[in-house]
Design a protein around this ligand. Structure first.
Ligand code: HEM
Length: 140
């Protein structure tokens, strides 16, 4: 059973990251939009991506990960897993901040420029690279 849970953990990591990369990219183009039909279209795209892909994927990643920890609790005594969990907590914070931004855009209250969103868009990769290395190489 464990390898199946791990396989679906990795599959849902991929779908979560697809949304974590694409939603801030939508913010970049939304922040550059000046026409009302375009503005409304981006609001729908952002809401559907957040609710339809990003939230279910995040719940599945965490639920499957916690199930594996429940099945193999000794993983919690390994340093790489502790560091991984700290980085995942940062990623959940990023996810929550994306939700806050979706709600600001929905109320036409975006406070940031498209340049700010371009930088913001790069942040998930700073978690993706170390977490995958930690989970696969298990260096400590
Ligand atoms: C609360 C969230 C998470 C928990 C509790 C969790 C927990 C786990 C556990 C227990 C394993 C199995 C490790 C083993 O048996 O050696 C695992 C594997 C894995 N996790 Fe997570 N994880 C979480 C989030 C993430 C995230 C966000 C990523 C990607 C950025 C990720 C990437 C991976 C990968 C790539 C593997 C497979 C490692 C291998 O091939 O052995 N996990 N995770």
């Amino acid at each position: 059973m464990y390898p199946w849970i791990e396989a679906f953990h990795v599959i849902t990591v991929v779908t979560w990251f697809a949304a974590l990369f694409y939603l801030p990219r939508l913010f970049v183009y939304h922040a550059m939009t000046e026409d009302q039909p375009g503005n409304e279209r981006f609001k729908i795209m952002e809401r559907k991506l957040y609710r339809g892909i990003m939230v279910p994927s995040a719940i599945a990643v965490v639920a499957l990960g916690l199930t594996m920890l429940f099945m193999a609790p000794s993983l919690l005594s390994q340093g790489w897993m502790i560091v991984k969990l700290v980085l995942v907590a940062l990623l959940i914070g990023y996810h929550a901040y994306c939700h806050y931004l979706v709600r600001l855009f929905a109320r036409d209250q975006n406070p940031y420029s498209h340049v700010w969103y371009r930088v913001f868009n790069e942040l998930p990769v700073l978690v993706l690279i170390p977490v995958v290395i930690l989970a696969i190489v298990k260096p400590f």
